[in-house]
Design a protein around this ligand. Structure first.
Ligand code: A2P
Length: 275
């Protein structure tokens, strides 16, 4: 077990910081930058680490005696040998101003326990599962759409991805394609996974906030379903605070009831990482 990590300070000196107790020190395997606001990275997975698809972990960097940790949804499926995360870059964000500079071989800290409400066990079974994502909110769904259990519980998965511009949609676009082509999950996902995308600030084939597309019925017409109803539909929501509030209000207005692990219900919400 690693107890200290070497890190270059901004001044270019190499310093050794202790790894806090209850924290894994993992190596960065790869980093992919999508836009000047979004990037993804993959780290090694501790052998003993188990998680439920849709959960998040606390991520930090070994650059201080008391490192800053932030919640990150795990974007890789439970069967993956590595762990993937999808992140925003905030210029003065306490963590992301540094995290956006990581390179393969660097050390990333991860608290040992995962948790979260965006898990299929918090929902009762039904025909359709809508996964409503904006921005980096697509991350937990990247795990869930590649989990065979999701397809055991629901007949159809409708993943929605709304971002400011087309370039920001790239992560979700690739996810939908990779999932259908995956030798293991493609067999389940096939025709049963529907991907619906829109932009709000750049012209694209479909424009509008997901709230408007739900209210106008455009979402349901496009994917060939009926407006939300309690009998057939379950909903998972992940995005900014404002987005969660607005989508939750729309969903609740149709009679769906929020669920939790102790009392599974019709929908669950989780805030996407900020800062
Ligand atoms: P908009 O461009 O109109 O703000 P962000 O990257 O800021 O989290 O935004 C991701 C997406 O979420 C954007 O398309 C944004 O639209 C949209 N969005 C922001 N606030 C809301 C909200 N209250 N309800 C629905 N969508 C929202």
């Amino acid at each position: 077990m690693q107890t200290a990590a070497l890190l270059k300070t901004d001044a270019g000196e190499t310093t050794e910081f202790p790894i806090p107790a209850g924290v894994y020190a993992e190596k960065v395997v790869s980093v992919k930058h999508y836009t000047d606001r979004l990037f993804s990275f993959r780290i090694t997975r501790p052998q003993s680490f188990r998680f439920r698809s849709g959960e998040f972990v606390m991520i930090g960097l070994p650059n201080a005696t008391k490192p800053v940790f932030r919640a990150y949804s795990i974007a890789s499926p439970a069967w993956d040998e590595e762990l993937e995360f999808f992140s925003i870059k905030v210029p003065d964000g306490p963590l992301t101003q540094h995290l956006q500079k990581i390179q393969p071989g660097d050390t990333v800290l991860m608290r040992q326990k995962s948790t979260g409400t965006l898990v299929t066990d918090a929902l009762t079974p039904a025909r359709n599962l809508y996964m409503i994502a904006t921005g980096t909110g697509v991350a937990p769904f990247a795990s869930l759409v590649r989990d065979p259990d999701t397809y055991e519980k629901f007949d159809r998965i409708i993943l929605t991805n709304t971002c400011r511009d087309v370039a920001e949609l790239a992560y979700g676009d690739a996810l939908a394609e990779l999932t259908r082509e995956d030798p293991l999950i493609g067999e389940f996902a096939g025709e049963r996974l529907t991907y619906f995308r829109s932009t709000t600030r750049e012209a694209s084939e479909r424009m509008g906030r997901i709230t408007s597309l739900i209210e106008s019925g455009e979402l349901f017409r496009a994917v060939g379903t009926e407006p939300f109803n309690r009998e057939n539909d379950r909903v998972m929501i992940c995005g900014s605070m404002a987005m969660l509030k607005d989508v939750k209000a729309l969903v609740e207005a149709t009679g769906l009831v929020e669920g939790s692990l102790s009392e599974p219900g019709d929908f669950v919400v989780e805030r996407a990482f900020v800062g």
